[in-house]
Design a protein around this ligand. Structure first.
Ligand SMILES: NC(=O)C1=CN([C@@H]2O[C@H](COP(=O)(O)OP(=O)(O)OC[C@H]3O[C@@H](n4cnc5c(N)ncnc54)[C@H](O)[C@@H]3O)[C@@H](O)[C@H]2O)C=CC1
Ligand SMILES: NCC(=O)COP(=O)(O)O
Length: 344
């Protein structure tokens, strides 16, 4: 069977006052030397053009349908327009911000479900701006699962993974207050998360037998129960269940010694108990080009590891490397999805 031509990637604009526009323009400019697959950005074209002017860039912008994007991509930045008008100045989100960000995400999901796009790449949103508008999900990760249910009828458990070439980390609990982590952690959650990670590292990353390392929650992984008992009551039973499923898994391991180079070579992904335990190590070693991947969804979604960077938006200092890495990884994952399965 012949493979069909690759569909373009759908890129959301994110928070209009953030650096989403800056790094999108820069990524398109670097499309040849970074070997980018075609993408289109879902945005207010006038707002994007104004940002290019603010940055002193001369970049051709072409309004397209998703079907026209791959052809246009060679000579212009393809923009699929949304109805909502963005009015926010760099660094200053306004009343238009949340509606634009949400409309862009919804359109991207629609396009990937309707097979006009091969995968979704999201620019950073400002969570607090969305919350003020009544947005009830903690972030993209959970919102995309909600949209998968709303638009596709699929019940997905989304799993956040931050990935770079030498490390993959998964926060089992995500955007929750640290004080609630011990109540939210449970054996079933760790097992379900671990199973999704192993399935997707196999299917979407081509790792035949993924090796998991699981952190403890407490210092020194509880020091045999003398510094907390979550390792014994919650985490170790989860590791035993994952092991009984044939998964290569170790732990609970002290988190403070799990991320030096030699330790990192001993596993393919680290399951961590809370957000900062996972994200601090990867943002420390690879802030410029780590990628946020949502596992567990019925479509591919990646995103830069950083946020809206209001302090530098529109000023010319935004590094597009993490967005470029996100576009490249999404294209690779979508390509793997598209490849015909090997004969049994
Ligand atoms: N996927 C998403 O939508 C994400 C959204 N956020 C949101 O972003 C907002 C701001 O978050 P912060 O914690 O301030 O983190 P941030 O990543 O936006 O900024 C932290 C520091 O890194 C710098 N920085 C970030 N990206 C950069 C780039 N590409 N090039 C050069 N410098 C860069 C910023 O200028 C700032 O000094 C929050 O509202 C948060 O919710 C944060 C992470 C991911
Ligand atoms: N700290 C990572 C982050 O905030 C990304 O969240 P999401 O919007 O991708 O769910």
């Amino acid at each position: 069977m012949l493979a069909q031509p690759q569909r373009p990637l759908a890129l959301t604009i994110g928070e209009p006052a953030g650096i989403g526009s800056d790094i999108t323009l820069a990524a398109w400019q670097q499309r040849t030397e970074t070997n980018l697959s075609a993408f289109y950005v879902i945005a207010d074209p006038d707002h994007l053009a104004a940002r290019a002017t603010q940055l002193g860039l001369t970049i051709p912008i072409q309004i397209v349908t998703p079907e026209q994007a791959s052809t246009a991509f060679h000579t212009a930045l393809p923009v699929v327009p949304i109805e909502e008008r963005a009015t926010a100045q760099p660094g200053h989100p306004d009343d238009s911000s949340a509606d634009v960000a949400i409309a862009s995400i919804r359109r991207a999901v629609r396009d990937v479900i309707d097979r006009r796009a091969s995968a979704i790449v999201t620019n950073p949103i400002s969570k607090v701006v969305l919350y003020r508008r009544g947005f009830t999900d903690p972030g993209h990760t959970e919102y995309l699962a909600r949209l998968a249910h709303e638009m596709l009828g699929v019940d997905a458990m989304p799993v956040m993974m931050l990935w770079c070439k030498t490390l993959a980390v998964i926060p089992v609990t995500i955007h929750v207050p640290l004080s609630t982590v011990p109540q939210l952690l449970n054996t079933e959650l760790i097992v379900k998360t671990g199973r999704i990670v192993v399935r997707e590292l196999t299917e979407r990353f081509g790792i035949r037998t993924p090796r998991l390392a699981v952190t403890g929650l407490n210092p020194h992984a509880g020091e045999n129960g003398t510094i907390g008992d979550e390792e014994a009551t919650i985490i170790r039973p989860a590791i035993e269940q994952l092991g009984a499923l044939g998964i290569a898994v170790r732990g609970p391991l002290p988190a403070d010694t799990l991320f030096h180079p030699a330790a990192r070579r001993s596993y393919d992904a680290a399951l961590c108990m809370y957000h900062d335990q996972a994200l601090i190590p990867i943002k420390t070693i690879a802030f410029d080009d780590a990628v946020n991947v949502t596992l567990g969804l019925p479509f591919v979604r990646t995103s830069p590891d950083h946020g809206t960077a209001f302090d530098i938006a529109g000023k010319g200092g935004a590094n597009p490397a993490s967005l470029i890495a996100s576009l490249r990884l999404a294209a690779r994952m979508a390509e793997r999805e598209r490849a015909p399965a090997p004969a049994p």
